[in-house]
Design a binder for this molecule. Sequence first.
Ligand SMILES: [Zn+2]
Length: 417
Amino acid sequence: MKKAKIIINATNLTRMVLALAAVLSLVAILLVVSRQGKTEYAESAESKTVVVVAAGDTLSELLLAQGLNHNDVNTIAAALKKDADITTLRAERDKLEFVRLDDNGPVSKIVVVPSPWKQVELTCDNTGNWNCNVMDVERDTRAVFKRGEILDGDSFYLAGQRAGIPAGILIDVYDLLAFEMDFERDVRAGQKFWVMYEENFSDGKKVDNGHVLAVSFEALRGNVKMFRFKKSDGTYGYYDENGNGAIKSLKRTPINNAKITSKFSRNRKHPVLGYTRAHKGVDFRASTGTPIPAAGAGRVIARSYNKGHGNFVKIRHNGSFETLYAHMSKFAKGVNVGTTVKQGQTIGYVGSTGYSTGPHLHYEIIKDGVHVNPMTVKLPAISNLGKDDKKKFIEYRKILEQGMEQLEKSPNMYIQL
Ligand SMILES: [Zn+2]
């Protein structure tokens, strides 16, 4: 194991850069690149007009207002469609920048910014043709590390916010941990967790957050750890410490952060029917209309109504698993018997149809025709690593852990990716 090379860059006093260049480039995942300055078009005579697209604006109107003719409009619209896949402008979001060589001259360049990470430049050559050039905006991605602890009466969400983890990242963390944890029963005061995630910067300013790189939670049934890793085929996945696939074929809790109001049991007094009968699933409290995501990829084999379940959907997954979702207020559009669904795709909305005392999701997992406890059933992983990737993963994981150790000592540092 090579030792990470640590370079402290003191140019930024508030947040120093911790670079793990040598080893990281070896693994080819975390790579510190030396960036070349981009050419700036900043001649003093140039004039720029920035137009923010407003509701009701059309491309042709905006272009004509800048003195372009109908021929230009058609050519520009065609180029945007062909080269940049832009067919409509989004009000309050898209910006157009018109560049003239001098104040009164014709527009010679148009810059469209469809996302913080993409810039589209249209330039007019001296024959009057418009050329379209799509460029990725350079992003400087940094990994930050946050550590938190559950306090008395806390939820993971509150503890995460207190630890300074942004809401979007917390939602991603929920999504990941929901494969392994039951937030209702597994969260206790004193439990510690940490999250390492990406922040994307452009020109020194933070633009957005990226992916969760690693997460750890001291769950009751053992420490849950997941690491994001790029396989040799170029795809990313999450793996546990030993390199086993962490993303399971099914989620134990389809709705994030939903409280369990009734557990799986072979013997329970039914709240509506009054007599004792098995509760073949788990109930999650959620308000009417909350989207219900498919717990795993599969094919819809039932979309129907019965007295007990109300509106329900049943999905057959790969292997021997089926899942059922009951008491829906309505089904999602386009979800019918035979529809193929992805993991996480909305199949319906929470309601209280059938035998139900209030809005909730009743969720069942059926394995080989037998109802099983969603919270404890052993679920197969979607992807496991091959032998070579597993070896690389272990190396990579060690490097990440070294990085985290450094960040732990200096919480205001980050690792440049
Ligand atoms: Zn139920």
